[in-house]
Ligand binder design. Structure first.
Ligand code: OAD
Length: 245
């Protein structure tokens, strides 16, 4: 693990910032053992999103889609937050307003102790009925190998956002508000290609935030941000906390 160099500007801005926001993606959880979607061993290289992550696919083959989410739940159930998640939770304690906006569905920010977390793409441990909308989150449903049915007869689906679906309004609005008011904004472990989430760092930049990207490689976002920190978030973030606070 190399020693990360942070700009004086970032250190200074963070020390004086009352409002900070972070947008995280699959990369923040990679060091916990959650596979990312894109990149070298990305899930979308082996599986087809059009067969697994949209509503039509679910109606066509609910059992296949249910099994895919059960497979991912089994991974997520046994993993723990990594030093990147813990560093973000620590940063929250140092600023008056600190918002975590995540595209991840894995609960790891919450498990690490972050309080102000907005899930843009839902949560894999929740489900609801496609007909009556009732939540179906008990253990029996989460353990079910075959796609469950609600008492009303409707199919139960995971509470995650699929391609072509709108983001839940409350976390999206909170994300926009945080991006607009942040003095420092981080985009961490996201390829920044899935919209509207990828719009948030750009909103923050336009509103005057100092924008920082943390990623193991450059992305489409890199040319737009003020500072790119190349490396693993689980290594860079603890060093940042050490350097700043
Ligand atoms: P991606 O899989 O598209 O991108 C993960 C990013 O994390 C890549 O840019 C990697 O380079 C980077 N990365 C990998 N390991 C890292 C590490 N240890 N430290 C820092 N960065 C690392 O994931 P997202 O951007 O989250 O949508 O994908 C966005 C959405 O696309 C997901 O929420 C999901 C997917 O389809 C839905 O399920 C709706």
């Amino acid at each position: 693990m190399g020693t990360q160099i942070f700009s004086e500007e970032l250190v200074k801005k963070l020390r004086s910032a009352s409002s900070v926001a972070v947008l995280t993606g699959a990369g923040i959880s990679a060091e916990s053992g959650v596979p990312t979607f894109r990149g070298e061993n990305g899930l979308w290289k082996k599986f087809k999103p059009e067969e697994l992550a949209n509503f039509q696919a679910f109606i066509r083959n609910p059992q296949l889609v249910w099994e895919w989410y059960q497979y991912r739940r089994r991974i997520i159930e046994i993993i723990r937050p990594n030093p990147g998640h813990y560093a973000i939770a620590e940063m929250e304690r140092r600023h008056e307003n600190f918002t975590v906006i995540t595209q991840n569905v894995d609960n790891l920010h919450i498990h690490a102790g972050s309080k102000d977390v907005y899930e843009l793409h839902g949560n894999i441990m929740r489900n609801y009925c496609i007909d009556c909308g009732k939540n179906a989150n008990d253990d029996e449903v989460l353990r079910c190998d075959t796609v469950p049915h609600c008492a009303c007869g409707g199919l139960v689906r995971p509470d995650v956002v699929w391609f072509g679906e709108l983001l839940p309004e409350k976390p999206w609005n909170a994300g926009v508000k945080a991006a607009e008011s942040a003095q420092v904004f981080f985009a961490i472990g996201t390829s920044a290609v899935v919209y509207p989430a990828a719009e948030l760092p750009r909103i923050a930049k336009r509103a005057g935030a100092y924008t920082v990207e943390i990623n193991i490689e450059r992305t489409e976002l890199s040319p737009f941000v003020d500072e790119v920190l190349l490396g693993k978030s689980g290594e860079i973030l603890p060093q940042l906390v050490e350097a700043v606070y």
